[in-house]
Design a protein around this ligand. Structure first.
Ligand code: FES
Ligand code: FES
Length: 301
């Protein structure tokens, strides 16, 4: 076990804390059975993804994984620090209280791959495409028909941000125009201008007013979710994320990631690493199920 560490990162993710320790000198020795077993199971556009423990580098983001290891290149990398929304994807997971999926759009540039067990990831390709059998999803279609895209760099993020908001508010009867406008707070477009983007989004609002919109011939109101939305993958419905896990980046200075099952476990990890040098909390990942099922604390730097 390592003796000297440089950084300690704690995040809250899908009901459990995740603790990452950046080791300065020593290497946490991983045995082969641990390295070879499947450590992460998640879905990407409905397809099953399995990642072995030895391949989970705690410094790898979901964005890096999608763009470098899969065929899906629609998700973009812009700022790489959570400011532009070009990397937005939609995550869903079964809420154990209702047994129904819950949805949230996230910046994949900030989301660690190590935290992805049990999640279903949807990128713009998972919603639709002009040359696919299902064609465009209504979110994509309205952005297109209302001229809400120019160079297209921001568009996959705009699509996923809007889709995530529509899905997360679906049970509550949808979103208002003000809520849809606010949902784009974290998305930047360098060239189209925001008016057509916001107009396209507002066509989905429950209080959408035809007089407020420039393009009056565009369809408006909700759409047939059953027809157009990808289903939550069946293989994830019964999936149970192990309460604990540990991954480490290769090399002597590799970051170590420890998933803890409870707050008590988090403090136990702090206690275990109290002599490991510069220890700090740097990130928090909110759990979309938290507001519906329980109150979960977050730790920030
Ligand atoms: S790349 Fe800009 S928010 Fe992720
Ligand atoms: S369409 Fe070019 S950045 Fe938005």
């Amino acid at each position: 076990m390592a003796a000297a560490a440089r950084k300690l990162l704690v995040v809250w993710c899908c009901g459990c804390f995740v603790l990452a320790v950046d080791l300065l000198l020593d290497v946490f020795v991983l045995t082969s059975p641990f390295s070879e077993r499947i450590a992460l199971v998640f879905a990407l556009n409905g397809e099953r993804v399995e990642v072995n423990a030895k391949d989970v580098d705690p410094t790898t983001t979901l964005n890096e994984y999608i763009r470098s290891k899969t065929k899906y290149k629609g998700t973009k990398l812009g700022c790489g620090e959570g400011g532009c929304g070009a990397c937005a994807v939609v995550l869903s997971r079964i809420d154990t209280a209702t047994n129904e999926p819950v949805y949230v759009s996230v910046n994949s540039c900030l989301r660690p791959l190590a935290s992805m067990d049990g999640w279903a990831v949807t990128t713009t390709e998972g919603l639709g495409a002009v040359d696919s059998k299902q064609g465009l999803h209504p979110v994509q279609e309205r952005l297109m028909t209302m001229n809400a895209t120019q160079c297209g760099f921001c568009t996959p993020g705009m699509v996923c941000t809007l889709y995530g908001k529509l899905k997360s508010s679906q049970k509550a009867g949808g979103s208002s125009m003000a809520e849809l406008e606010a949902t784009y707070d974290g998305n930047i477009c360098r060239c189209t201008g925001y008016r057509p983007i916001l107009d396209a989004a507002k066509t989905f609002a429950r209080d959408s007013d035809i007089e407020d919109l420039v393009c009056k011939s565009t369809p408006r109101g909700d759409y047939d979710h059953k027809k157009y939305d990808p289903e939550f993958p069946a293989f994830l419905k019964q999936h149970k994320t192990p309460e604990t896990a540990c991954f480490q980046a290769p090399g002597e200075n590799g970051v170590k990631w420890v998933r803890a099952a409870s707050i008590a476990d988090v403090w136990a990890q702090f206690a275990a690493h109290k002599n490991d040098g510069d220890v700090k909390l740097v990130v928090c990942i909110p759990d979309p199920t938290a507001s519906q099922t329980q109150t979960q604390p977050c730790i920030r730097a």
